[in-house]
Design a protein around this ligand. Sequence first.
Ligand code: AMP
Length: 145
Amino acid sequence: MSLHGDYDAQNIFAQIIRGEAPCYKLYEDEDVLAFLDVFPQSYGHTLVIPKRSAARNILDIDVDSLAKVMAVVQRLTRVLVEELEPAGVQVAQFNGAPAGQTVFHIHMHIVPRFAGEQLGIHASVKAEPAELAQLQARLLRRMGH
Ligand code: AMP
């Protein structure tokens, strides 16, 4: 029943929003937070989440929060494409464990795709902290930080 149920305020993304767990932050405003996936399926794999909405999935989230998330998804997709120059880019979102969801706070995946490179296995191989920090710095520079 992972598609339905109560929101767990101890999920890892809720902890990241509260500052109780770290993240490689790329963007934050009052409503939206974006950070690097630490088990990236490709170089530049980014997650975008609502901060104020205790929504597990797309069934739960209010449309205003969803629209704010999507505006940041588009903005960061442009940044990732400009900086990393992938051949393609996937934007994805999973609802319920059978659909591939492992963290039950709604999030959008932005996954740059490079020619000839297979997609890494979902949520499985942790990236090197130094590599993530370097990528974070590179993307922040591209955004003018
Ligand atoms: P999903 O399977 O769609 O729920 O996606 C959850 C994503 O969160 C996966 O791609 C994981 O690699 C990623 N993830 C899990 N824990 C963390 C974390 N602490 N920081 C960043 N990304 C994470």
